[in-house]
Ligand binder design. Structure first.
Ligand SMILES: NC(=O)c1ccc[n+]([C@@H]2O[C@H](COP(=O)([O-])OP(=O)(O)OC[C@H]3O[C@@H](n4cnc5c(N)ncnc54)[C@H](OP(=O)(O)O)[C@@H]3O)[C@@H](O)[C@H]2O)c1
Length: 232
């Protein structure tokens, strides 16, 4: 997004999970590219420390912290207020929303077909599917109802499939924005117990590519690392 600060048009990015892993790397590289970064993290101390590290080690001053827990709607409201106060809301909505995600290749997901049928899908239906999943999880009915239990990490897989579908709904609803999903690859972060194939620098490339792309580019799309790929 861009912020009007006096006569200057300033590029601003909001990064979630910015205190470590791929998010932290994205913050560093965006800031190094002259973008003002709102580094968000759910924990104030961890987020503040990450900002200090970037400012100290890279000698930059264009990174600020704001708390955001993506599972807490009230914290999203506070972040939105902060952005509004900075008069950058309009510009945020005019730019790029990118989510680090992945697709479920080779997975049997009973609702996968429905999730891919983007023309008939709605936000309300995604909420229903989430509720159905949670209910089946609690009732021990996942396998019986065809959720992809093989290989484990089922909640993670389903959340990504729903996230991907949601990004496509958003892209359809907001055609003036660029809203895309990026699979970073298998990256050496805490999440992968540092055993990924890619460094965080490599894993951040796709998201950076999208975030720094000129306005009016791809929307509703999926990037496998840095290559455009189908969602399924
Ligand atoms: N690494 C991979 O191979 C890989 C592959 C495919 C997709 N991805 C996706 O890439 C993204 C980043 O992963 P990563 O590998 O960089 O993981 P990571 O190093 O474990 O970092 C995860 C980040 O997410 C933050 N986070 C967790 N829950 C949150 C919440 N409720 N609200 C806000 N932030 C929250 C964590 O904050 P705390 O420090 O407070 O926990 C941390 O900053 C994730 O969406 C992941 O699914 C990663």
């Amino acid at each position: 997004m861009e912020a009007n600060t006096g006569n200057q048009s300033e590029e601003v990015a909001v990064v979630t999970g910015g205190n470590r892993g791929i998010g932290l790397q994205i913050c560093k590289q965006l800031a190094s590219n002259g973008v003002t970064v709102v580094l968000t993290a759910r924990d104030g101390k961890r987020g503040g420390e990450a900002v200090s590290i970037i400012l100290d080690t890279l000698g930059l001053s264009n990174v600020v912290f704001h708390q955001l827990d993506v599972s807490d709607p009230s914290s999203a409201v506070r972040l939105a207020e902060f952005i509004k106060q900075k008069s950058i809301m309009q510009q945020l909505l005019g730019r790029q929303l990118t989510s680090a995600t992945e697709k479920l290749s080779g997975e049997r997901l009973v609702n996968q077909q429905e999730l891919n049928n983007i023309d008939n899908l709605s936000e309300e239906r995604l909420d229903e599917l989430s509720e159905l999943f949670l209910k089946d999880f609690k009732d021990g009915e996942l396998e019986r109802h065809g959720w992809p239990t093989e290989g484990g990490f089922i909640a993670y897989k389903v959340s990504k499939a729903i996230m991907n579908a949601y990004s496509r709904i958003l892209a359809k609803e907001h055609p003036s924005l660029c809203i895309n999903c990026v699979h970073p690859g298998f990256v050496q972060t805490d999440m992968s117990f540092q055993v990924g194939d890619l460094t965080v620098e490599e894993g951040a490339r796709g998201a950076l590519m999208m975030a720094l792309a000129p306005k009016g580019g791809m929307t509703g799309g999926f990037l496998n690392c840095t290559e455009v790929a189908p969602f399924v």
